[in-house]
Ligand binder design. Sequence first.
Ligand SMILES: Cc1cc2nc3c(=O)[nH]c(=O)nc-3n(C[C@H](O)[C@H](O)[C@H](O)COP(=O)(O)OP(=O)(O)OC[C@H]3O[C@@H](n4cnc5c(N)ncnc54)[C@H](O)[C@@H]3O)c2cc1C
Ligand code: FES
Length: 279
Amino acid sequence: MAKILEKERLSEAVWRFRLHAPRIARKRKAGQFVILRPLEDSERIPLTVAGADPEAGWIDIIFQVMGKTTMQLRDLPEGASVRDLAGPLGKPTHIERFGRALCVGGGVGVAPLYPIISALFAAGNHVTTIIGARTEELIILEDDIKASCNRLLIATDDGSHGTKGFVSDVFKGLTEAGEKFDVAFVIGPVIMMKVTTALTVAAGIKTYASLNPIMIDGTGMCGGCRVTVNGQTKFACVDGPEFDASQIAWDETVTRLNAYKSFEARVRENYHECKIANA
Ligand SMILES: Cc1cc2nc3c(=O)[nH]c(=O)nc-3n(C[C@H](O)[C@H](O)[C@H](O)COP(=O)(O)OP(=O)(O)OC[C@H]3O[C@@H](n4cnc5c(N)ncnc54)[C@H](O)[C@@H]3O)c2cc1C
Ligand code: FES
């Protein structure tokens, strides 16, 4: 059980929960995640540790409401507890003084990117961050990120904030202006990662993407999170979630992520209807 100490709405469908989790707060590093179940009968879902205070004993998770399990989590009140919480899981991001680092985040991918930005900045890198969303109201963590990097650039699909277009368009603008980077970290929807990392890799930048396949046990036993990297089968929960983007089989990753879409839509609809019926 992990008590919800604070609950804050960051945008239309994105929430930040502060959870009492002293042992995870002490051990976690940038890039790692937890697996939790909001209720006894919930599915287990992975969420990145977006922040932590080892002295106070809390961790932050930031999540987008996507389907039944994230709806169940959202509906828990402050002071209640999530049923169980395991972590920290996954390999931490490799942080060193690379030189000029580029961080690119799309949608709720900005949340898992934030601890990586902070760690790169703290290690003495010059950090440029590009974040993007459909529209201004969906941009999250703008002030936190601005305070944790050298330069923040924003893109919105509708042009309501920052550049009109995608994060990949902003990156193209930087390369056209002759900017060079030593390393790039990209996190967001899988299509955004596929498109953006194709550009950064083509520009000769060593690029890491954080994959988000379906995870169940988070221990390398179930095979749910199987991905192909450099022609080899890897389990994102124990070998990742970050991988060299130039080696990821992107089309297979997209296909596997879409495998349960119709089932997920049905479950989401039923949960919504149940809530209305019980209101
Ligand atoms: C390592 C990792 C870190 C993640 N960190 C974050 C985060 O910080 N914030 C955030 O908002 N989201 C994060 N996700 C995605 C998050 O786990 C899914 O959005 C969540 O599981 C959706 O569950 P649902 O039942 O609400 O939605 P559903 O309707 O069941 O599914 C919606 C979509 O969520 C994904 N999903 C569903 N179940 C799982 C599962 N068991 N494991 C992985 N993905 C699943 C699939 O892409 C699916 O199409 C992360 C995923 C991984 C693998
Ligand atoms: S979640 Fe089961 S092997 Fe990775």
